[in-house]
Ligand binder design. Structure first.
Ligand code: ARG
Length: 391
């Protein structure tokens, strides 16, 4: 009997070539397509997998678990990598690995395969997650093994084997997208000095061409979870989609980053993540209203570590679970509403309120009824300065 391989299949060039390459080597390929909200019709993807030689195609709708179990924790944690990457691609990998591990068990596949290159983070995220969840599974990464050294060699291989790839329509960029954002790399972006051309972007308008009038919206949070938009309750996926559309129209959520990959390579990455940008800004704003200074400062450290472990493929680890407990605890008071103004590429928080607000107008005010005893400040400064000034 031929060995069954469960291959993570996107429908793109690399994984299409993977199917053929694996079948050529005698494997029985089961193509596994994950719907993480990439917004693509998966029917042609399925047909393409069969046309490339897959014996079975599995399509899994993972949008709900992606939003609930991956995007939400990252949002609550304030996870941002190197100051600007909101981790859309990185977050989807452990989920895809988890679903693959399940499918491999159900299908009796002893091998899992993916189409990641040996130079990126995704191979680490997928393989490490698979190893942790399903230690018995063998993992193959054809792209790391085969002789083809470039995209054009892969295209040649595909044409030689009559694989139905859309090579003429393939963009100059390497793109990964899901509900939480788009990651764009390669092509002209490989020169860090070159400004990303307009064609690099898919979701966002050029801020210079965005509407001349700002658009205001309100976002309601309950314990750190966004639950409402403009005063109406909205499901999480719907809310993210709407914010992607509205934010995108206003050119919100573009970033251009010289990024440090886990494997030691610096690479230039362009991202579009309108909803993620708006939600992170609003959530953070609400935390600043409802959390005390020490909690905020510590949460900042946690946010950085959390972002790093998502980036580094350490989702299924004890540290992640432990940090989740901290984050959940701290979100208890993060309930309220934030007003956001979208304008020419910016998402500015212009108003916030909460039943757990720690803001005391009587302390902050410069006029009227002052509750703050200014005379007490002199004593405070004396004691605060004691270690430096002495007697
Ligand atoms: N650099 C990002 C990451 O490691 C995105 C990689 C996305 N891949 C792509 N084909 N554009 O998470």
């Amino acid at each position: 009997m031929r060995t069954k391989v469960l291959l993570a299949y996107s429908g793109g060039l690399d994984t299409s070539v993977c199917i053929r390459w694996l079948t050529e080597r005698g494997y029985h390929v089961i193509a596994f397509c994950a719907d993480v909200g990439q917004g693509e019709n998966l029917r042609p993807v399925r047909d393409r997998a069969y046309a490339c030689g897959a014996e079975k195609v599995i399509i899994r709708d993972l949008k709900e678990p992606f939003a609930r179990e991956y995007i939400l924790p990252a949002l609550k944690a304030g996870a941002v990598y190197e100051g600007s990457y909101l981790l859309a691609t990185a977050l989807s990998r452990p989920l895809i690995a988890q679903a693959m591990a399940q499918a491999a068990k159900a299908e009796g596949a002893a091998v899992a395969a993916h189409g990641c290159t040996g130079k990126g983070n995704d191979q680490v995220r997928i393989e490490l997650s698979l190893k942790i969840i399903h230690p018995g599974l063998k993992v193959m990464a054809p792209v790391r093994e085969w002789e083809m050294k470039s995209r054009s060699e892969e295209v040649k291989y595909a044409l030689r084997h009559r694989l139905p790839i859309a090579h003429r329509r393939e963009s100059r960029f390497s793109i990964d997208q899901n509900l939480w954002g788009v990651s764009i790399e390669s092509g002209p972006l490989e020169d860090p000095w070159v400004e990303p051309p307009a064609a690099a972007y898919r979701w966002t308008a050029d801020p210079a061409r965005a509407p001349a009038k700002p658009e205001r919206l309100t976002i309601d949070f309950r314990k750190g979870v966004p639950v409402g938009l403009n005063g109406r309750r909205v499901g999480l996926i719907d809310l993210i989609r709407r914010l992607n559309r509205t934010g995108g129209r206003h050119g919100v959520g573009r970033t251009d980053l010289m990024e440090d990959r886990l494997v030691g390579i610096k690479s230039r990455e362009v991202y579009e993540a309108p909803a993620a940008t708006i939600l992170h800004a609003a959530h953070r704003e609400l935390e600043h209203l409802t959390l005390d200074r020490e909690a905020l400062a510590f949460r900042e450290i946690v946010a950085q570590r959390y972002a790093r472990l998502i980036y580094d493929g350490l989702w299924f680890t004890p540290l992640k679970t432990a940090l989740d407990s901290f984050i959940e605890r701290i979100q208890e008071k993060v309930t309220g509403t934030v007003r956001v103004k979208l304008f020419k590429g910016n998402a500015a928080c212009v108003g916030r309120r909460s039943p757990h607000s720690r803001y005391v107008k009587g302390f902050a005010t410069y006029e009227g009824k002052d509750l703050f005893d200014q005379k007490a400040a002199a004593g405070f400064i004396t004691i605060w300065g004691l270690p430096y000034i002495g007697v």
